[in-house]
Write a protein that binds this ligand. Structure first.
Ligand SMILES: NC(=O)c1ccc[n+]([C@@H]2O[C@H](COP(=O)([O-])OP(=O)(O)OC[C@H]3O[C@@H](n4cnc5c(N)ncnc54)[C@H](O)[C@@H]3O)[C@@H](O)[C@H]2O)c1
Length: 275
């Protein structure tokens, strides 16, 4: 069977950012389960190593790599070195690393805005900038960008985060158009709530911490492992979007049909649950 007829997620040589925790760790695990090799990238050296050790203990090829996705130079070096580290051309980049910053507009510090934009948006831009041309040149590969239902969901007090995810969605849609016919598939992942460490690792006003933590369990309709599995399947099918949960798919449709009503309902629902 020719290489192009194989499923992209099978036997991939993958770079997964934010692989030290949550959805990134699940992506790394799922790629390995499908016979792939994984470069486990994270800003947290210990967490990246934990993931790589977990995969190697299961018999997979995995290497930990410490890198800040928001730093262009570090990402360029990663792209230069990745093939040499895994011993074969990279076929899959999963731009997953992300952080949460929240609070009412005007109260979120500009420092938190910059932090969130740098990791969530610039991190994905760097991943696409340095890896997409290589995949395009080899005429084969996949790019998964982890956006969020926040890209269209407009949840109050999440402005900085929402802006970054809308940017990631637009970037991914544009990339999909640009790479049509090149042999490179592109998928944007847009989950709603997935139980991970994102709240613990994020920057939220003290008054919102408990609500956010409880929301991670109260509103979670899936797990990180299921999300990773569904997204790799979506990439194999050539789907541009993966909205893994029903609440995200409903919000996506209502927003398009009745945007003003949607804003009112989401605002009032937030006040009800967050008060
Ligand atoms: N958990 C959710 O409910 C949810 C919903 C929608 C989208 N997402 C997105 O999923 C992605 C993964 O988040 P998660 O929920 O697994 O969170 P998480 O906090 O469990 O994992 C994020 C990982 O990214 C790493 N990271 C943070 N900054 C980094 C940087 N500058 N460079 C490299 N690595 C860095 C962290 O060390 C951590 O290991 C994020 O993009 C997030 O926005 C999460």
């Amino acid at each position: 069977m020719s290489r192009k007829k194989l499923r992209l997620s099978t036997g991939a040589a993958a770079v997964v950012t934010g692989a030290g925790s949550g959805i990134g760790r699940s992506f790394a695990y799922e790629v390995a389960k499908r016979g792939g090799a994984v470069l486990c990238v994270d800003i947290d050296e210990i967490k990246a190593q934990e993931t790589a050790d977990m995969l190697t203990s299961l018999g997979s090829q995995a290497v930990a790599y410490t890198c800040d996705v928001g730093d262009a130079k570090q990402m360029e070096v990663l792209a230069d070195k990745a093939e040499g580290i895994l011993g074969r051309p990279i076929t899959l980049i999963i731009n997953n690393a992300g952080v949460g910053a929240g609070g009412p507009i005007g109260e979120v510090s500009l420092e938190d805005w910059h932090w969130c934009l740098n990791v969530n948006l610039w991190g994905v831009i760097h991943g696409c900038h340095f890896f997409a041309p290589r995949l395009k040149a080899q005429g084969y590969g996949g790019i998964i960008n982890v956006a969020s239902a926040a890209a269209f969901g407009a949840a109050p007090e999440m402005t900085a985060y929402n802006v970054t995810k809308a940017g990631v969605l637009s970037l991914t849609e544009t990339l999909a158009a640009e790479l049509t016919g090149t042999g490179v598939k592109v998928t944007a992942l847009c989950p709603t709530v997935v139980p991970t460490n994102i709240v613990n690792n994020g920057r939220l006003p003290a008054a919102r911490q408990e609500f956010a933590k409880s929301a991670m369990t109260r509103f979670a309709l899936t797990t990180a492992d299921i999300v990773a599995r569904k997204t790799l399947d979506a990439l194999d099918r050539g789907n541009l979007y993966m909205l893994p949960q029903i609440d995200g798919r409903i919000a996506w449709r209502i927003k398009r049909i009745a945007p003003r009503l949607y804003a009112k309902v989401i605002g009032e629902t937030y006040r009800l649950f967050a008060s």
